[in-house]
Design a binder for this molecule. Structure first.
Ligand SMILES: *[C@@H]1O[C@H](CO)[C@@H](O)[C@H](O)[C@H]1NC(C)=O
Ligand SMILES: *[C@@H]1O[C@H](CO)[C@@H](O)[C@H](O)[C@H]1NC(C)=O
Ligand SMILES: *[C@@H]1O[C@H](CO)[C@@H](O)[C@H](O)[C@H]1NC(C)=O
Length: 129
């Protein structure tokens, strides 16, 4: 997560230098990392299924600075598996396809300005060990 924040920060710095962010003044940006509501503990997904990841969108800031994406997380590690990207953080949901994994417990991380992850849930994968 720290690594990603570093990337965001450098990206932001680069954009600011090139003047691309002139339409969105720094002072209007808020940190926005809404809590993920679904999937949650006790849920079982199967590889290949489609599901809506949902999050609490009740308090969106006026301006959302960074693009949104969702990563699969395993234990305390964020995997590089992108489940969804470039969707509207204000929507409160986005459809994802459950990737092919080894059966296990996972969570999903919703990235706005920083990451906020779901509870651990289970994916019945294409391989069970
Ligand atoms: C992440 O979600 C929790 C609630 O699950 C909330 O308390 C916390 O403020 C959120 N983190 C950030 C960085 O917004
Ligand atoms: C996701 O939510 C939308 C809106 O409620 C719904 O139309 C769609 O069928 C849902 N997708 C899945 C896979 O459940
Ligand atoms: C997933 O977590 C549940 C509940 O903690 C546990 O019973 C189960 O053994 C775990 N499954 C795997 C594949 O690690």
């Amino acid at each position: 997560m720290l690594f990603t924040q570093v990337i965001f920060t450098s990206l932001l710095a680069a954009l600011t230098q090139t003047g691309l962010t002139s339409a969105a003044p720094v002072e209007s940006r808020d940190v926005y990392s809404p809590p993920v509501l679904y999937p949650r503990a006790g849920i079982v997904w199967y590889s290949g299924q489609r599901h809506n990841v949902t999050w609490d969108n009740s308090n969106p800031p006026k301006s959302i600075s960074n693009r949104a994406f969702i990563l699969l997380r395993s234990g305390n590690y964020e995997t590089p598996v992108v489940l969804a990207h470039d969707f509207d953080l204000r929507a409160g949901r986005v459809e994802v396809t459950v990737p092919d994994v080894i059966t296990g417990n996972f969570s999903v991380v919703l990235f706005g300005d920083s990451g906020n992850w779901s509870e651990d849930f289970t994916i019945e994968g294409v391989i069970t060990d």
